[in-house]
Design a protein around this ligand. Structure first.
Ligand code: FES
Ligand SMILES: [Fe+2]
Length: 449
């Protein structure tokens, strides 16, 4: 039975109207200049909603996490009232960074410099020599500086702009589209941060186009139809973007390499009880047959696909949240991709790859087709941090990361005169124009409602 979404309950797959884009060249200095980095910080990073961590990291009162974000560190914690709050991680005495650990549990936060102590809701509750303050005791007067914080999709979001518009406005329409996926229940089974020698925009640009796939990911042609004519690109008014790419189907140019196609689709076929050998000479049929088979067997395999449209059972639904987060939705998980700016150097950033596995009900172990390995529900995942080459961001994504340093070097060259892009890369242009609209203050998200 084909399910075609007729109402908003299912993911809206209609094509967004195309915005009118300019043709100003995207110059290398946008990636290398400290001045431009400052403009981005002042006018964009301090005004957009960002993800500080996952809700699953804070199950108990007193649990906390910190997240290094540009020159700031953000502290997020669950209070006695079960509310999750976000603060600048800075002591109000003489500015020492308050919490050094990345995560933990505590009933209060004590500064390591002079011992000032804060409650979980940010109130200053103890200082030594309280009688010695000529201006009066700071207790009851000072608090940690709190910033807007909200939850969506199993993530903790914060915004450094106290007067910001709502998270819902910022996320639209992705929050509605993605409501069919059990984001809250997916588990982070990979947590990788690469200390990159490249600007954060090389990361975002890369995930804003699929033109590079034949060269950078030659294996994808066996199970993705990556041709731009087969994909849908959506550019939404608030700068969020989307790409829909057919999966479980080879690109036509790969059709004569049958053994390779079988190699890449066999795990999926096996799980869903299809015989790959039946598809020799007709691999174009595999995608639709797999969709039908998933509908038929979903319940017995521990999945609820009832709100998915047929394409979501096989395809890549790739959602870009302005300015720096991608969710690459697979039928059984989500690759979270993000470039976070460095504190001071435009030639550096932190690239995060988190993989969220959607475990079938009651299944402890699951073979992730995307990560090409078994994932376990009960094994806590470590945060692995390192340079590219020392740590892996997983198959496929490592191929992307392998390009960015070389591109950053080229962006600093006097020989680069600005981009010359095909239309299928237009999400990149839209992204850069959106940054400029933040910098000049005209972006719609900045307009007060
Ligand atoms: S700077 Fe924190 S107690 Fe002095
Ligand atoms: Fe890629």
């Amino acid at each position: 039975m084909a399910i075609n979404p007729k109402d908003n309950y299912f993911t809206d797959t209609s094509k967004a109207p195309e915005p009118k884009l300019g043709d100003k060249p995207i110059l290398g200095e946008r990636y290398t200049s400290v001045e431009f980095m400052e403009l981005e910080w002042e006018h964009m990073w301090t005004k957009v909603w960002q993800i500080g961590g996952t809700v699953q990291e804070l199950p108990n009162v007193g649990d906390y996490i910190t997240y290094n974000y540009g020159r700031e560190s953000i502290l997020m914690t669950k209070g006695q009232d079960q509310k999750i709050r976000a603060f600048y991680n800075v002591c109000q005495h003489r500015a020492n960074r308050l919490v050094q650990a990345e995560s933990g549990n505590s009933d209060s936060f004590s500064c390591g410099y002079h011992g000032w102590k804060y409650a979980l809701d940010g109130e200053l509750i103890h200082v030594r020599d309280e009688e010695d303050f000529l201006q009066g005791s700071p207790c009851g007067k000072l608090r940690l500086t709190e910033i807007p914080c909200d939850l969506w999709g199993g993530f903790i979001w914060f915004n450094m702009d106290e007067a910001c518009n709502s998270l819902d406005d910022f996320l639209a329409p992705h929050n509605e589209h993605l409501s069919v996926y059990p984001l809250d229940n997916m588990m982070r089974t990979d947590w990788i941060t690469i200390e990159g020698d490249f600007n954060w925009k090389t990361v975002q640009d890369n995930f804003n186009e699929s033109y590079h796939i034949p060269d950078v990911h030659p294996q994808l042609k066996y199970f993705l139809d990556e041709r731009y004519q087969s994909c849908q690109f959506d550019l939404y008014p608030n700068s969020n973007v989307r790409m829909l790419m057919p999966g479980s189907v080879p690109t036509p140019r790969a059709l004569d390499e049958e053994d390779m196609i079988i190699e890449y689709i066999k795990h999926d076929a096996e799980m869903w009880e299809l015989n790959v050998e039946d598809y020799r000479g007709r691999f174009e049929d595999f995608r639709v047959d797999l969709q039908k088979q998933k509908r038929k067997l979903a319940e017995s395999k521990g999945y609820d696909f009832s709100k998915f449209n047929d394409d979501q059972l096989t395809d890549n639904y790739h959602y870009g949240f302005f300015p720096n987060v991608y969710f690459s939705m697979k039928p059984d998980g989500n690759i979270f991709l993000r470039g976070t700016p460095h504190a001071t150097d435009p030639n550096k950033c932190y690239f995060d790859m988190w993989y969220f596995t959607w475990f079938p009900d009651a299944q402890e172990e699951y073979y992730s087709f995307t990560m090409e390995e078994y994932k376990s529900k009960s094994t806590p995942v470590d945060h692995i941090v390192g340079k590219f080459g020392e740590v892996s961001a997983g198959p496929g994504i490592d191929q992307d990361v392998g390009v960015w340093e070389s591109q950053q070097q080229g962006l600093a060259s006097r020989g680069f005169k600005g981009d010359y892009m095909p239309n299928q890369e237009r999400r990149i242009r839209y992204h850069h124009e959106s940054i400029d609209r933040y910098i000049d203050g005209t972006h719609e998200f900045l307009q007060k409602k």
